[in-house]
Design a protein around this ligand. Structure first.
Ligand code: ADP
Ligand code: MG
Length: 326
């Protein structure tokens, strides 16, 4: 396999850092990051050269709760800055845990995080309809006050109360892509675009400005993979792959499919907007725009996934590889 074919962008799901229903304590997060880094180190030991990206949902949620609770003691921090904070927080854990694991394997690749800004378009229709819930559940009175005084969008999510909704625009560029490429080229294992990156707009005067929005982390990882020109996008999550009829008795996990097959599937299968939908769309976008292969698989199957032996594999039309069939 050519060296370039060994490069990949890996999107780590929230469960790689925090498992569902777990207390979000720092020790629990570190334990999970360590487990995840064992998988990543294994990929590296097999000769793969991953660029790592990760979710930040629970971490940014906790920061926003801290903001809310401490608002009378310290000035609260806007969402873009919280996004940057969590990139540092999770990047630190990955740097340490992956560094330790690589050292244990007798390897010496440096690991470094790049706090990443992701460019979004001010004309993105997503700005007209905020859909992504962020931060604490609050009572109606406060939600109404925030809508009135700050022009925010809030919605009654469930019995727990109201939550702020922010737009989820598409990533159109990675501001730090040149820095990331320079690091990758010198053999650094880079952590970038954490939590989808901090969404920024380019103002008419050319200056960048953070916005109150969230870029989906799987779509940002696809953008990063395309802009770095790597051949493979590996999306690691907590299910074996993409299922049709998910949760029904007729549920079936998909193996390898071509872009055209995925296209016709997207027409008839309503993939869930907050979970599998963005992964499938990221896989589609990546292969459609020139990537060779996108894989969606379970974290534990990372190596089998890149080897074509696990997960859902999306390949370009005409590049169907019988060897990848299970
Ligand atoms: P991550 O943190 O990895 O992004 P998500 O919770 O966003 O994880 O997405 C993974 C979840 O998507 C799975 O745990 C599963 O419950 C859910 N899911 C929804 N629809 C599907 C589907 N069609 N196939 C597989 N999983 C699905
Ligand atoms: Mg997700």
């Amino acid at each position: 396999m050519a060296d370039d074919d060994r490069r990949l962008v890996v999107a780590l799901g929230g469960n790689a850092i925090l498992r569902a229903k777990e207390l979000s304590s720092y020790t629990a997060q570190f334990d999970n990051v360590r487990r995840t880094c064992v998988q990543i180190a294994e990929l590296i030991a097999e000769g793969y050269r991953p660029v790592l990206s990760h979710g930040n949902g629970p971490q940014v949620g906790n920061l926003l709760i801290q903001n809310e609770a401490a608002a009378r003691l310290v000035p609260s921090v806007p969402l873009d800055v919280c996004g940057a904070e969590t990139q540092g927080q999770i990047g630190y854990m990955i740097q340490q845990a992956l560094g330790n694991e690589l050292r244990r394997l007798g390897r010496s690749q440096p690991v470094a995080s790049v706090v990443t800004q992701v460019l979004v378009d001010a004309d993105d229709p997503a700005f007209a309809t905020p859909v992504k819930p962020v931060g604490p559940f609050l009572p109606r009175e406060i939600a109404e006050q925030r809508m009135r005084e700050r022009g925010e969008t809030w919605s009654l999510v469930d019995t727990r109360g109201w939550r702020k909704l922010v737009p989820s625009p598409l990533p159109i560029g990675i501001v730090e892509v040149g820095a990331i490429r320079a690091l990758v080229d010198t053999g650094v294992v880079v952590v970038a675009c954490g939590g989808g990156g901090v969404p920024v707009l380019r103002r008419p005067d050319g200056h960048l400005q953070g916005v109150d929005a969230v870029v989906d982390k799987d779509l940002a990882a696809a953008r990063l993979a395309l802009d770095l020109g790597v051949s493979t996008l590996l999306i690691l999550t907590d299910v074996a792959g993409v299922a049709v009829d998910f949760g029904k008795p007729s549920q079936r996990f998909l193996g390898q499919m071509t872009l055209t097959e995925l296209e016709s599937l997207l027409v008839r299968e309503p993939f869930s907007a907050g979970s599998m939908g963005p992964k499938v769309r990221a896989a589609y976008r990546f292969v459609h725009d020139g990537g060779k292969r996108a894989i969606i698989c379970a974290l534990e199957d990372a190596l089998a996934g890149v080897g074509g032996r696990a997960g859902t594999q999306v390949v370009a039309d005409g590049s169907f590889q019988p060897s990848l069939l299970r």
